[in-house]
Each structure stands twice: as structure tokens, then as C-alpha cells.
Design a protein around this ligand. Structure first.
Ligand code: ZN
Length: 176
């Protein structure tokens, strides 16, 4: 079994805060940010990932090896069945997992984890429904049962319709 590499849907958090990031053109952060947006836009626009994009992802994986393997000894989960085999060495188990080399506040690590989480989401569901809100531009994954998924929240839907009505009113008044 492959260990999970990233926090689930972490890419949404990162994409939605990109406007507050300052990255130097030509830096690895710049490349990673551009790639994250490219992949996200391809998914949103239902275009799939083409060979050039896949090659670019692999190139950056090679350039920045962000994840390493780790093995830990962890306490065994509480025994749900109450049998008494939780003594001594049997109360510990080995866990093979991965960890990021850099700390979570570093931009390049953020972008890399975001890209990985997006790829993991696509691995789980190739038809991933990714949208941008037509009112505020936020990226979101609509609830499965949402009928119309153009807004990230009911707030945005209300504000959008309020602004539309206001515009219509102004138009009407202009004709009077
Ligand atoms: Zn919104």
C-alpha cells in the first residue's frame, strides 16, 4: 500500500491564499506556483493533464525532492476486543510513512504539498469537480448534491444576486 503523502485537499487552502504570496520570478517557488495553477485550471476546465504537464511535474519532482521515507515505532491502537495481548513489545508496531523535508511554512513546501494533494485527489477520483466561484474567485469542490455549483457559499450567491438586481435597477433608472 502506498502511504498518503499529503493532507487531503490541501491544494484548496494554498490556491486560495496565493494572492498573498510574494514569489520571485524564475525561482523554484514561482515554477511550483505556476504548475499548481496550471494543473488546477486543467482540472476545472475538464481538459485532463497532457503529456507536457506530466513531464513538467516530473521535472519539478526531480529538481525538488520534497518527501522522504521514514519508519517509526508507534503505540498500537487500543484493543477494541478487550483481549489482553497489549503487554510488552506487542503494544508497539512499526509504521512506514513519509514526511516532507522542509517545514510547513516554507512556500516551496506548501506548493509541493498542494500539487501532491491535487494529484492524490485525481488519483482517487479522475472526475474531480473543481470550480472557481463566479462571485469571489475562490476555488472549491462543490457538495455532491449541490444543484448549481457556481458559488463557493450561499453568501457569495446572495451578494452576486444582490449586485445583479442593483445593476438592473440602475439600468431601468437610466431609461427613465
Ligand atoms: Zn465565493
Amino acid at each position: 500500500m502506498c502511504p498518503t503523502l499529503s493532507r487531503e485537499n490541501y491544494f484548496l487552502t494554498v490556491i486560495n491564499e496565493i494572492s498573498q504570496h510574494h514569489v520571485q520570478k524564475g525561482s523554484i517557488e514561482y515554477e511550483l506556483q505556476a504548475l499548481l495553477l496550471l494543473v488546477a485550471e486543467s482540472v476545472r476546465d475538464k481538459k485532463g493533464l497532457n503529456e507536457a504537464t506530466i513531464a513538467k511535474i516530473n521535472e519539478l519532482f526531480e529538481q525538488y525532492q520534497a518527501v522522504r521515507l521514514k519508519v517509526s515505532i508507534v503505540p498500537k491502537l487500543a484493543n477494541l476486543f478487550g483481549s489482553d495481548d497489549s503487554q510488552g513489545s506487542s503494544s508497539e508496531q512499526i509504521l512506514l510513512h513519509t514526511e516532507f523535508v522542509d517545514s510547513p511554512d516554507l512556500l516551496k513546501r506548501k506548493y509541493m504539498e498542494a500539487i501532491i494533494s491535487l494529484l492524490e485527489a485525481l488519483e482517487r477520483n479522475a472526475q474531480l469537480d473543481l470550480q472557481t466561484c463566479i462571485h469571489c474567485g475562490h476555488w472549491f469542490i462543490p457538495y455532491q448534491r449541490a444543484k448549481v455549483a457556481r458559488f463557493c457559499s450561499s453568501n457569495c450567491r446572495n451578494r452576486y444576486h444582490y449586485a445583479q438586481r442593483k445593476k438592473d435597477k440602475q439600468k431601468q433608472q437610466a431609461y427613465l
